[in-house]
Each structure stands twice: as C-alpha cells, then as structure tokens.
Design a protein around this ligand. Sequence first.
Ligand SMILES: [Zn+2]
Length: 70
Amino acid sequence: MVSDKRDKFDSERAICKLGKDKTLKNHLNEFLELVKDPRYYCSKCGRIAHKKKNLCEPEKIPDSDNLSLD
Ligand SMILES: [Zn+2]
C-alpha cells in the first residue's frame, strides 16, 4: 500500500481544496474545528471558515445583526 502524502491534514490549507482528495473525510474532526464559529465565506466556492486563510477567495461574513434572512 502506498502512503499518500496528500492525506496529511494541513490546517493552513484552504478547506476549499480538501474535498478534492480524501483528506476531508479522513480528518473530519480537524475540519469541523476550522468551520466552527465561521467568520468568513469563500466567494468562489461558497464554503465557510473561522479563518480567512482557509478559504481561497475569503470574504468577511457581515454581522448577523445587519442581515435580514427572512
Ligand atoms: Zn474557495
């Protein structure tokens, strides 16, 4: 069996790219830590994350007070 270096979870990486291999499935707990209390969204992929470095096109999520969701 060949060990796959891409399978190593890198918390500095954009989560947008983790779904392309099995990294996300194999490191679900680490992934959930990155998306907990999200403050940024990716304007390209629609993903969310707590840190902007984990998104490829990060945009700040506006304060929920200013959003009208209904
Ligand atoms: Zn993205």
